[in-house]
Design a protein around this ligand. Structure first.
Ligand SMILES: [Zn+2]
Ligand SMILES: [Zn+2]
Length: 309
């Protein structure tokens, strides 16, 4: 490091600083301003704005936030996905170059993923199957509406990119393209897999594509607020017809139907390992919870023979 340090042996000062600034995790960067004020989110600011964040004053940060807002408001697919040396994406053959402009007017999913990532390995096949279902239903409808996904690879090398992308039926940014890092920062992607949905005008619809796919599968398309409100209402109606409790092939105890604000809340489904919210079947004693659609109802005797893991 090119800067100063508190001596390693000076435990007292370290402890006192930890207490004073209530440091709970590292890395943690506190900015002490010349006027004596302090700023606690130095790490986040450096990550988001780099050198631009200096001198970390309220005015400077307000200016950066304003610039960011303007950028998002004037966002188009072309300025998101091209750079001065490249105006195309790869398709499955890897030989054909697909112009980014050919996506204008479509709903587009930006899929941040990598072969080394375990949750990605579980989510990708599901996304592929849903992608095909959405495409088929749009073809059936006619009307020129279309959906496409672009793989934004976090793979470390070309060969992992090649073998992972080889499983996907959609387009991709070239492996290692500098725009990948820019996009991850721009959309503040905190973890993968992450699916960002862009509307036919090139504006962001939602960053929650992954959760929405898990919750509603192909019905989530086109991921707009209006569609989601409709789906929520449908789910409420459907839940009224679900049995209050039931036995599931993956758990030995009886599970109870719970909803948000009625014993439920955000959870990780023990059957498909994906996030859920709203309605769930729950065994309170074991902390076992599954999506209603992941329930495989069995009789109590069969459930009782399930081994606890
Ligand atoms: Zn599930
Ligand atoms: Zn249980």
């Amino acid at each position: 490091m090119p800067w100063l340090s508190i001596p390693f042996s000076d435990l007292e000062t370290k402890k006192a600083l930890n207490r004073k600034f209530e440091v709970e995790g590292i890395p943690y960067l506190i900015i002490l301003q010349p006027d004596g004020s302090t700023l606690h989110d130095g790490v986040e600011l450096i990550y988001r704005y780099g050198i631009e964040a200096f001198p970390f004053t309220e005015e400077k940060l307000e200016e950066l936030r304003r610039e960011e807002r303007i950028k998002h408001e004037s966002q188009t697919l072309t300025n998101l996905l091209t750079n001065p040396g490249r105006d195309y994406l790869l398709d499955q053959t890897m030989a054909r170059k697909v112009p980014v402009d050919s996506l204008i007017g479509k709903t587009v999913g930006l899929y941040f993923s990598a072969q080394w990532c375990f949750p990605c390995a579980k989510f990708t096949p599901k996304l592929i199957s849903i992608y095909h279902k959405i495409k088929r239903s749009l073809e059936g409808k006619g009307g020129g509406e279309d959906f496409e996904i672009v793989f934004v690879s976090n793979d470390c090398d070309q060969s992992s990119f090649d073998s992972y992308y080889g499983t996907m039926p959609w387009l991709a940014l070239p492996s290692g393209d500098p725009i990948i890092r820019t996009l991850a920062k721009y959309f503040d992607v905190q973890g993968i897999p992450c699916l960002i949905i862009i509307d036919p005008d090139g504006k962001t619809v939602t960053k929650q594509g992954r959760n929405l796919i898990n919750l509603y599968q192909e019905n989530a398309y086109p991921f707009t607020c209006a569609k989601l409100e409709l789906l929520e209402k449908e789910m409420e109606e459907e839940a009224k017809r679900l049995p209050r409790s039931n036995y599931h092939a993956g758990h030995r105890h009886e599970l109870t139907l719970v909803s948000e604000g009625n014993g439920g809340g955000p959870f990780i489904c023990c059957d498909c390992d994906e996030q859920g919210s709203g309605w769930a079947y729950q065994c309170l004693g074991c902390g076992y919870e599954v999506h209603p659609r992941c329930m495989r109802a069995v009789d109590p005797a069969t459930a009782a023979s399930v081994q606890h893991t």
